[in-house]
Design a protein. Structure first.
Length: 154
């Protein structure tokens, strides 16, 4: 538990320092928003984030402003799935390849980062670059289906 708290504090410090270096202050509200993303086991929409932070008297406009700031400075990444925007923390060592799964029943979104799958997609990217004479800068793939919990209930 203490290791988890230290890890969270270390990640918070990293992002707060990044904000400071870019000329922005670290406020209590910004820290609370970052904590929610760091503690979440899924990607969050602004509305989901608002529901989590409303008990702490954080307004929707404040959340929108900070989400935009975090996206602009490269702390958060916006993911548009089925016309809905979700956000996730960008890890400093993140690869250019990003694979997601979205449950069509409950809406749960998760990252897929298994090495064999990443290797196969990387090979496919090289084929695309060679066959079409292009240079890929990133790859985002979204798989749709039923998550483990929803699959049990059918």
């Amino acid at each position: 538990m203490k290791e988890d708290i230290n890890s969270l504090n270390g990640k918070l410090s990293f992002f707060e320092n990044l904000l400071y270096k870019m000329g922005y202050k670290s406020t209590g509200q910004r820290t609370e928003i970052l904590k929610e993303f760091l503690l979440s086991d899924t990607h969050l929409s602004v509305e989901q984030l608002y529901e989590k932070l409303r008990p702490k008297d954080m307004g929707l406009a404040t959340i929108y402003r900070n989400i935009k700031l975090f996206t602009d400075v490269g702390i958060l990444k916006e993911i548009n799935i089925d016309g809905n925007n979700y956000y996730e923390i960008i890890c400093p060592d993140e690869d250019l390849l990003h694979i997601h799964f979205k449950c069509k029943n409950c809406g749960y979104i998760m990252d897929i980062d298994e090495d064999p799958l990443i290797h196969l997609i990387t090979q496919l990217n090289k084929i695309i670059e060679n066959d079409y004479d292009v240079q890929l800068s990133s790859t985002e793939i979204v798989y749709y289906g039923l998550c483990k919990n929803c699959k049990k209930n059918i």
